[in-house]
Design a binder for this molecule. Structure first.
Ligand SMILES: [Fe+2]
Ligand SMILES: [Fe+2]
Length: 163
């Protein structure tokens, strides 16, 4: 992250950069519910004062860990072909966000944390519409039940592509 150049506009609280809208929906209720919560938490962190920022940032990070763990579990349970690429993106984002937590808490680099929130929002918008949308389509085709981890129609996705 040492190459990140901090823009002046990230030195104070800002309006949320991302708002929930239809283009983010993947039409799978448990995934969409988590994504709605993520967008709300991200916005709350962006609007935070300096005194509030790191606690709100940590709330986004904790929610994101749960969010990604859940998707990773679904991919394992259903042997989702492109799991490698999708889970790798999750890991990369979590690593960057954990580094942001360290920089914010230990080094008080709050503008960097604010910029990171903005960039994570841009990343999420793209990820939701591509990787998450693809996973949701697959899970729906297989009639996957997130409660039980069972696919009612595994044959429907037997020839799904790999990464
Ligand atoms: Fe997601
Ligand atoms: Fe994802």
């Amino acid at each position: 992250m040492s190459e990140i150049v901090i823009d002046e506009k990230y030195t104070s609280p800002s309006e949320p950069s991302l708002h929930w809208a239809d283009h983010l929906a993947v039409d799978m209720a448990p995934m969409d519910e988590t994504h709605v919560e993520f967008v709300a938490l991200l916005g709350q962190a962006q609007m935070a004062t300096d005194a509030e920022l790191m606690d709100r940032y940590e709330a986004v990070l904790e929610h994101t860990q749960d969010h990604f763990e859940r998707e990773d579990r679904w991919m394992t349970q259903t042997q989702f072909g492109p799991m490698g690429c999708h889970a790798q993106q999750h890991d990369t984002i979590l690593q960057v966000m954990r580094e942001g937590l360290r920089r914010g808490r230990d080094l008080q680099q709050l503008p960097l944390v604010r910029q990171l929130l903005h960039e994570v929002g841009m990343w999420f918008e793209q990820h939701a519409q591509t990787m998450d949308a693809g996973l949701a389509m697959y899970l729906k085709a297989a009639e996957f039940d997130p409660e039980t981890g069972i696919m009612a129609k595994p044959e429907a996705v037997a020839s799904a592509p790999q990464c």
